[in-house]
Ligand binder design. Structure first.
Ligand code: ITT
Length: 224
């Protein structure tokens, strides 16, 4: 009997964020070997100046495809907070500073939300029907470039923003994001943050997990 080893797809993930790369490798599993641009000698920052998540994910994947002429994918992720009118959204990486300062971004988010809640309570005192919801969502848009053609995938997780940080897993805004549901569609009654989940549990419910599993399923269906 002949045994065929399962094929591994080698593909460049157009990111400079090592936490994302690790998560994506876990989500996609051994069927994929993810390669970072840095490991191919491309160490400059990949531009992401578009006004939308879709535009930025296309820009990042397009940049790597142009430089390295290879199949690749990129994700652009934003945290959309209702009381902030959808901010920080596409500006999530550089919300507080020009760099990717996770702690400063979280501090600014909590400050801005406290300010918006104070404004809403003043408005309500004057009889205005102003909502002050801490509801939020992470949204990821993935652009895959395969044989020069673009394909798009999206993933989203609904939740709310905690009043203080908890947990040291994950990265970015995870310590203040409370997903509505835990794996298995279990309601998150204990207000567990994304940073308090194991990597496996975060990936099972996360925006990135959903978008990348959709990409992997599409590849399995559309390729020999
Ligand atoms: P690349 O563009 O190089 O991939 P980045 O960190 O700039 O890395 P994004 O623009 O997609 O990535 O993400 C914007 C920010 O959103 C990111 O810097 C984090 O602060 C936050 N973020 C992204 N994914 C997240 C996640 O899974 N959990 C928590 N925060 C996340």
């Amino acid at each position: 009997m002949t045994n065929f080893a399962p094929m591994t797809r080698r593909i460049v993930f157009a990111t400079g964020n090592s936490a994302k790369l690790r998560e994506a490798s876990e989500i996609l599993g051994p069927a994929f070997e993810l390669v970072s641009p840095a490991s191919m000698g491309l160490t400059e920052e990949i531009p992401e100046t578009a006004p939308t998540l879709l535009g930025n994910s296309m820009m990042k994947a397009g940049y790597i495809h142009e430089k390295l002429s290879c199949d690749c994918f990129a994700d652009d992720t934003g945290l959309e907070v209702d009381i902030l009118g959808g901010a920080p959204g596409v500006h999530s990486a550089r919300y507080a500073t020009d760099g990717h300062d996770f702690a400063a971004n979280v501090a600014k988010l909590l400050r801005e939300m406290a300010r918006a809640e104070r404004e809403a309570s003043v408005a309500r005192a004057y009889g205005l029907a102003v909502k002050a919801s801490r509801k939020a969502r992470f949204r990821t848009v993935v652009t895959l470039i395969l044989g020069g053609q673009k394909h798009f995938f999206e993933g989203c997780v609904e939740g709310r923003i905690a009043r203080r940080r908890s947990g040291d897993g994950g990265f970015g805004y995870d310590p203040v994001f409370i997903p509505d549901f835990l794996p298995g569609d279990v309601p998150n009654s204990g207000a567990v943050t994304m940073a308090q989940l194991s990597e496996e549990d975060k990936n099972a419910i996360s925006h990135r997990g959903r978008a990348l599993r959709a990409m992997a399923a599409w590849l399995a269906d559309n390729e020999a």
